[in-house]
Ligand binder design. Structure first.
Ligand SMILES: NC(=O)c1ccc[n+]([C@@H]2O[C@H](COP(=O)([O-])OP(=O)(O)OC[C@H]3O[C@@H](n4cnc5c(N)ncnc54)[C@H](O)[C@@H]3O)[C@@H](O)[C@H]2O)c1
Length: 314
């Protein structure tokens, strides 16, 4: 299947991720069908899309007319047979291996022979999810970041049998919907983004647990130091500009000091044992009681939109 032949997108599971994915494709002129288990879940899909669009309109990133036009492109169904004329199906159902495997086996029996199958799993093996699929050449990981209507990155993960054509087609599709793709050449845990994100988190935990700095100062150091660079330069560009010799010398004494923890740390375990889960429990590394969690999320969104506008306009 070539990118120009892809006209209709099937989205399996219209939750947090599926809603945003459907919305983005529809806003880019694709016909989309969202399939979920029951009407009440599809009502939720409509509600999320409406909320997402409202915020984009308020931020000046979408017009009323564009929003309305996009909605005309989306249909909803509780039956998988609605996927029968889809050219690309993206699955964003529950993160359970057995359920995903059976889901795909059934979808393959309904879908067109050349339809591309993409799973938005957060981290399950792509080879594992496609185990019951017969034609694995057209099967690929397509990892969107939450919130999908805002964050540009989409990681495309090759399973052992994914064809080059499938990868290339999806690279072009990602480009067409105004997102940014990277290709993960091996089916590994964490893909690229989460491996880097969790390497940073592991080191941040070590710094705090060893009393090197406070939580507040680690966050501040990240935002005003390395984090200030990261929207502009990746780690390799940073090293090139800093000097690979200098980075080599630093690596020779620093790597040895960095966390090599193989399990969640003691402090993480303590927080888990005390049900300290962050915003959702009203307490995390910071206090989120009395509406402070909502304020934190509103501040985050406001800043995300500033970044999105910057990307939009540059
Ligand atoms: N939420 C995130 O931050 C995030 C980020 C990247 C990837 N993902 C992945 O995306 C997928 C979906 O996550 P989510 O956060 O949107 O979950 P969610 O719970 O918000 O939505 C899942 C939707 O799938 C539906 N569903 C569940 N089982 C189904 C089935 N058998 N058939 C049809 N529909 C079914 C549910 O009714 C629900 O509407 C998961 O694989 C998750 O790991 C999530």
């Amino acid at each position: 299947m070539k990118a120009e032949d892809i006209k209709k997108i099937g989205v399996a599971g219209g939750g947090t991720m599926g809603s945003g994915i459907a919305q983005i494709f529809a806003q880019n002129g694709y016909d989309v069908v969202v399939v979920d288990l029951a009407e009440k879940f599809l009502e939720n899909t409509k509600r999320i899309i409406h909320l997402n669009q409202k915020t984009l309109i308020n931020e000046g990133l979408l017009t009323e007319k564009e929003a309305q036009d996009a909605l005309k492109h989306i249909s909803f169904s509780t039956e998988k047979k609605a996927f029968k004329d889809a050219d690309l199906i993206i699955e964003a159902i529950i993160e359970k291996m057995g359920i995903k495997q059976d889901y795909w086996a059934e979808v393959e029996s309904i879908a067109k022979n050349d339809c591309i199958f993409a799973t938005n799993t957060s981290g399950l093996s792509i080879n594992g999810i496609s185990e019951k699929v017969i034609n694995k050449k057209r099967f690929i990981g397509m990892h969107w970041w939450n919130p999908p209507h805002i964050i540009p990155l989409i990681e495309l993960i090759k399973a052992d049998e994914t064809s080059e054509e499938t990868v290339e087609t999806l690279q072009q599709i990602v480009d067409k919907i105004g997102k940014e793709s990277v290709v993960v050449l091996k089916d590994v845990n964490g893909f690229i983004g989460n491996r880097i994100q969790f390497a940073v988190y592991r080191e941040a935990l070590k710094i705090v647990e060893e009393g090197i700095a406070t939580v507040e100062d680690v966050d501040k150091a990240m935002k005003y130091g390395p984090g200030f660079r990261y929207p502009v330069l990746g780690p390799f560009e940073t090293a090139d500009l800093g000097g690979l010799d200098t980075f080599y010398y630093i690596s020779s004494y620093l790597f040895n000091e960095l966390s090599a923890e193989k399990n969640p740390t003691k402090l993480q375990q303590e927080l888990m044992d005390n049900s300290v889960f962050g915003v959702k429990s009203g307490k995390g590394w910071y206090d989120y009681s009395d509406g402070k969690g909502d304020e934190a999320m509103a501040r985050r969104d406001e800043n995300f939109y500033k970044m999105l506008k910057h990307i939009h306009n540059s």
